[in-house]
Design a protein around this ligand. Sequence first.
Ligand code: FUB
Length: 450
Amino acid sequence: MKKQTNFLIIQLVFVFSSFLAIAQNPIIRNQYSADPSARVFGDRIYVYPSHDILATEGKGRKDWFCMEDYHVFSSENLTDWTDHGMIVQQNKVPWVKPDSYSMWAPDCIERNGKYYFYFPSVPKDTTSIGRGFTIGVAVAEKPTGPFVPEVNPIKGVKGIDPNVFMDKDGQAYLYWSAGNIFAAKLKSNMLELDSEVKTLGDLPTKGLKEGPYMFERNGIYYLTYPHVENKIERLEYAMSDNPLGPFKVTGVIMDESPTGCWTNHHSILEFKKQWYLFYHHNDYSPAFDKARSVRADALSFNPDGTIIKVIPTLRGIGVSNAAKEIQIDRYSNISDKGTSIAFLDELDHFKGWKTILNNSGAWVQYNAVDFGKKSLKWVIVRAMSANGGTLQIRTKGFEGPLIAEVKIPAGTNWSDIKIPVKKFEGGIQNLVVVLNENNKNVEVDWISFK
Ligand code: FUB
C-alpha cells in the first residue's frame, strides 16, 4: 500500500511540474502565446492569451496567424506560472467555423461569481456579418473553467480583439476593433449589447489600430491600443473622464519592437499595489513573428496620471528564489563587451537560453533574487567551457561582495559544478556573474543555491 502511495505521489509531482513554469520573460514557456489578457481573480493573476501554433498542410494558413484553442495560466507570485490546460477549442464552439484556426485575442471578466470569456473567430454562418470575424462568449463558474460556449456569437458585433471593462457603477462595456476601435454597453447578462455601437473617433486616423484595453485609475479612463504609427505596432493610449470618451490621445506605452515583431497586444492591471503591463514579443521564434510569447513588465504613472513608457526587459517581474534554477540569460543588465545570449538548442527553442561570457571581465546581472534567511551553503552552476575558466559570483554589482569563485573545467559537455559559498547574505539581492581576467568562452545555463 505504502509503495502504491509513493508511486501516486511521484506521478502527481510529475504531472504538476510538467504544467508549472518558473519564468521571467517570456512568462509562458511551454508553448507560443500572444495577446495576453491578464486579470486578478482572488489572490492570483490569471492570463488568458491567444495560443499561436505553426500552420501545417491542411491546418491553418501558411505564414499567417494560426490558433485553434485557448489555455489559461495563473500565478500567485508573478514567478511561478501554472498552465491550467485548454479551456476553449475551435471545433467545440457551435458558431465557429471549425477549421478556421482563427481563435484570436481573447479577454475574460468576472461578474457575480461567473467568468465570461470573450473570443473572436470566423463564424460558420456569414449571412449576418459577411466576411470576417465576430465575437462570442463562453461562461464558467471558475476562472479555469470548464467554460461553456454560447451557441451564437454576440449580435451586432463584427471584428476582433474583444475587451470588457466593468465600471465602478456595475455597467459593463465591450470594446473591440476592426480597423477602428468600437465600444458598446453590455447588458448585465454580459451576453448582449445594450446600446448602439460607438466608433471611438478621437483616436489617430492613419495606421491600423486594434487590441483595445480599457482600465480606470483615480477617475481617469485609459483607452490603450496597439497602433501602427510607423511600420509596425506600438502601444499607445488616450485618456478620458468617461469610458466612452471623448478621448485625448496622450502618449506611447511601449515603442515598436526593436527586432521587428509586427504585432504587440497587451493588458494592464494592478496587483499587490504595483501596476503591470502584459504584452507579447516573438522570443522563441525570432524568424517568424506570428509565433509569439507573452511577457510582463512593471508599469508606473507620473503624478498627473500619464503613463511612464515601459522599456521591455528580459528579467520581467517577480522575485526569483535562490534555491531554484536562476536563468541569468534573462538578465537585468550586461556588460557592453563580451556577453551574449543564445538558444541552448537551435532545434528546440523551448529549451531556453544560455549566457556566453567571452571577454576578460564580461558580466551579467540578474536582479531580485531572494536568498531567504536560512544560510545557503552551496552554489551550483550549470556551465560549459571549451578551454576552462573561472566565474566570480557577486552580489550588488560587478564590483560587489564576492560570494563564490567557480572554476569551470575544460570540456564540451554541460556540467553542474557545486562549491561552497564564501559569504552568505540573506534577503533580496542582485546577483552578478563576472568572468575572470584573461578567460574566454564560458557558457552558463543556470545558477542555483542550496
Ligand atoms: O493574435 C492575432 C492578432 O494579432 C490579434 O487579434 C491582434 O491584436 C494581433 O496581436
